[in-house]
Design a protein around this ligand. Structure first.
Ligand code: PLP
Length: 231
């Protein structure tokens, strides 16, 4: 078995175990493969083993890989988006996790309409308040969520966050539970379904699953020991 398939199986097993430990079933949670910086041939091994969803955080790399790989892949975009890249991201990604402001939401809505696209979107929250993290504050969420719910071209389906890399378990659980509470509050207030909570990465996915994640975004643990694209 190749290194990447071996790693993926180990991560998948840890993921299943985290679901069981949280009293959840693994079909309530998606293990999303974060493929950034990983070369196409490695990703094709995962594709050939049945994986059909990948996440990228930079538009040029998304464009390169989506052109090089089969058409039945669902591409997720999880990175910061500059205004001049919105159109390209809208054309290529079916799920956008990282809409981080009301003004950016308006641009996505307009451009999705112009392109005849209906991407699924998540609003990204900066729950920890770290300056280095993207996303809106919880104070900015209500206005953005209200607008997102009214968008004609975007399918608003939930929230996303990134926790600090070095946080203690209790701090992580506080951040993930906060995101869940914000989601629950907005879903009730706006009377809409917001089923998606995208939270948890290689270092913290068990805590995220415990706190209600429906998507965990995992890269480094799957690609440990794999040569990355050289820049
Ligand atoms: C890179 C990245 C991940 C994956 O992180 P790993 O620690 O490599 O699993 C998840 N989410 C976002 C937004 C990322 O940029």
């Amino acid at each position: 078995m190749s290194k990447v398939i071996e790693n993926y199986k180990a991560v998948r097993a840890a993921f299943e175990q985290a679901c069981v430990a949280a009293g959840r079933t693994s079909d309530e949670v998606k293990l999303l493969v974060v493929s950034k910086t990983i070369p196409v041939p490695v990703l094709m091994e995962l594709y050939d083993s049945g994986i059909r969803e990948f996440a990228e955080n930079r538009e040029p790399e998304l464009a390169m890989k989506s052109a090089a790989m089969p058409d039945d892949i669902v591409w997720h975009f999880i990175g910061p988006v500059q205004s001049n890249k919105i159109r390209k991201v809208v054309k290529l990604a079916q799920v956008i996790h990282s809409v981080e402001s009301l003004s950016q939401l308006e641009r996505f809505e307009r451009i999705a309409g112009e392109e005849g696209k209906n991407p699924q979107i998540l609003l990204e929250l900066n729950v920890s308040g770290e300056a280095s993290k993207g996303g809106m504050t919880s104070a900015e969420l209500p206005a953005a969520a209200e607008r997102a719910a009214a968008c004609q071209n975007l399918r608003f389906s939930g929230l996303m966050t990134m926790a600090p890399f070095e946080a203690e378990r209790s701090e992580l659980e506080k951040i993930f539970s906060t995101l869940k509470n914000l989601r629950d509050t907005e879903a009730v207030r706006l009377n809409i379904a917001l089923p998606v909570l995208s939270m948890g990465m290689s270092g913290d996915f068990p805590e995220a699953i415990k706190c209600g994640a429906t998507v965990v975004r995992i890269g480094s643990r799957i690609f440990e020991g794999i040569q990355r694209i050289s820049k």
